[in-house]
Design a protein around this ligand. Structure first.
Ligand SMILES: [Zn+2]
Length: 98
């Protein structure tokens, strides 16, 4: 039971689900906002929220849109990548993780 993971709705940023598997995100219909939403791993969301409060010096965080920010947060939280691996350019080359 201690290995459950929490996933947070990106529609309302309020509703959370727990699952016994660990993945970067789920896509399910949220019972709270009733839309089909991506639920992100709570570790990814915490990374995202931390940067929203305190943008990292290494990255022009404010130039990214929310999807791009979440991709960066997901890579940082779930892979060995660090901020040094990202470059913000006019057309960001970050791609959603499959
Ligand atoms: Zn929701």
């Amino acid at each position: 039971m201690s290995r459950t993971r929490t996933y947070r709705c990106l529609g309302c940023l309020d509703h959370t689900l727990t699952r016994e598997f660990d993945t970067s995100h789920l896509s399910v219909t949220c019972p709270e906002c009733e839309s089909f939403e991506r639920f992100v791993n709570e570790a990814v969301f915490q990374t995202f929220r931390g940067f929203e409060k305190s943008p990292p010096d290494e990255l022009e965080w404010g130039r990214l849109d929310r999807t791009e920010k979440l991709v960066v947060a997901e890579r940082l939280a779930r892979t060995a990548k660090t901020l040094a691996d990202f470059d913000v350019v006019d057309e960001p080359d970050v791609q959603p993780v499959e």
